[in-house]
Design a protein around this ligand. Sequence first.
Ligand SMILES: CC(C)(COP(=O)(O)OP(=O)(O)OC[C@H]1O[C@@H](n2cnc3c(N)ncnc32)[C@H](O)[C@@H]1OP(=O)(O)O)[C@@H](O)C(=O)NCCC(=O)NCCS
Length: 453
Amino acid sequence: MRETTYGRVGETERAAFRAGPVDGESAERLAANGLDYRRLAVDSDEYVGWLQSVARGFQDGERTAEQIAASRERSGYRRLTGVFDPESPMDAPVATIASWLGELTVPGEAMIPSCAISAVTVAPTHRRKGVARAMLEGELRAAHAAGVPMAMLTVSESPLYGRYGFAPAAAGASWRIETKRAGWIGPQPAGRIDFISRERVRELMPALHERVRHRRAGEIDVPHSHWDGFAGTNPAAEKTAEKRAVQYTDADGDVRGAAVYAVRENHDDFTKATVSVHYLLAETDDAYAALWRFLLELDLVAEVHAGELSVDEPLLWMIADQRAAKVSVRDHQYVRILDVVAALETRRYGGPGALVLDVSDPLGIAAGRYLLEVDESGAGRVRALGGEVAEGVTVMLGVAELSATYLGGVSLATLAAAGRVTVAGAGDGASDPLTIATRVLGWHTAPRLSIWY
Ligand SMILES: CC(C)(COP(=O)(O)OP(=O)(O)OC[C@H]1O[C@@H](n2cnc3c(N)ncnc32)[C@H](O)[C@@H]1OP(=O)(O)O)[C@@H](O)C(=O)NCCC(=O)NCCS
C-alpha cells in the first residue's frame, strides 16, 4: 500500500468525528419547522427509538430486544443523528442518519479518509418537506468542516443523491451462473479447500480483507459488525444456520482465501439447488480460482448467484461457456469529493499531462478552478487557481462528474459523449484535448466495492 499525505484514519480521528457537532445551518432550518436535529449516544435510551425508526424507514419489522442489544453492541463506530418532532406521540425520531469516518481505496493503492453515510430515513409522516436534504447537506458540511476530504454511500434508490454532488463511481455486478453449462477451464491450484466453522471464518475475514482491500479502488475498511453479518455469527441474525464456510490453504500451508455461501434446495428437483455466495475473499489468484471452482462444481447445484462483483471479473475467463453467466450491472459505490486538492493528490493517474479542472458544486463546497499536473510516474500535484489564468486543456464539470471518474469507473470520454462534461483547449499535436484529459484521468482497473453499508 502507498503512503500519502492524507493517509490512514486513526481511532482518535474516528472518535473526534463521531463526537463532532451537527451542522448549524441545517439545525436552524429544521428548527424553523419545529424539528430538533441532534446527535444521540449508542448507549442512551434514545438509541432504541432511533433503531426502530431506521427499521421502519426501510420497511422492515420492529426490532426485538435481542436484536437491539446486538445492534447496540456493534454500533459504537457510528455517529448517530436524529430529527425529533416534539409533537410526535412516539418516543422515536422522525428522521435518522448515521455516518462514520472510514478509508476509501483510490487508484494507485492508496487510501483516503472518507465519511461513510448510512441509515438515511425520513418517516412517511414527514416526507418530502426537505428533511432528508437538511440531513444530507448537514452531514456533508459537518464532514467538510472536520477536514474530511471525501464522502461515500450505497443507495436504496438511484435518483436520491446526485443533487448533493454524489455520483455512482464503482459499479457492482450480479452474476447468475448455470453451473452445468459453465465448464471450468481455469487453473486448478495445488492448495486445498476445507470447510471451517462460522466462528473461524469470522476470525479469518477481517485479516484477509485488510491484506487485499488496498489493491482495488472503491473498497473500504469494513465495519466489524458487517463481518458478523457475513459469517452468520451475529446472535440476533436470522437464518445463520444455512451459512457454510470454506477456506483455501495454498501449497505452502498459508490460508489465502475464504468464502461464505448458502444453499437453497429445490424440492421439485434435487439436482437443481441454488447457491448464494455471501462473501468471497481471495488474496491470491490461486485462492480465487480454487474457491470459484469449488462453488461451481458443488453437487446437486444448478445455479450459483453472487453479487457485488466487479465488472471485470477474471471468473468470466475461467469458464468455457461465457453465456452460462448472466451478468447484470448497476450503480453501487457512490462517492462525493469534498476537498478537490486532497482527493486528486491522493489518487494516481493513467498518464502524464496538465489539466485545468473547472468544478461546479451545488453545495459550493468543492467549487473552484484547479490545476492538476501529473508526472511520468502517474503522481498528481494540484493547486487551486482562483482567478489565475492557466494554459492547457480545461475540463468543465460538476463535482458529481469529477466524483464519477475519480475511482476510474467511467472515462471522461464517456461522460463527454453523454453531455455531462465539456473539454476545451488545444491538443498537443498527437492528441485532441478530450483524448488527453481522458488518458490522464483514466485508470487501468475497474473499481469495485464488495459490501453494502
Ligand atoms: C428517501 C427519503 C430519505 C427522502 O426523504 P425526504 O425527507 O422525503 O426527502 P426531501 O423532502 O428532503 O427531498 C430532497 C430531494 O430529494 C427528492 N426526492 C426525495 N425522495 C425521492 C425519491 N424517492 N426519488 C426521487 N427523488 C426524491 C425530492 O424531490 C427533493 O428534491 P429537491 O430538493 O432537489 O427538489 C425518504 O423517502 C425515505 O426514508 N425513504 C425510505 C428509506 C430510503 O430509501 N432511504 C435512503 C437510503 S439510501
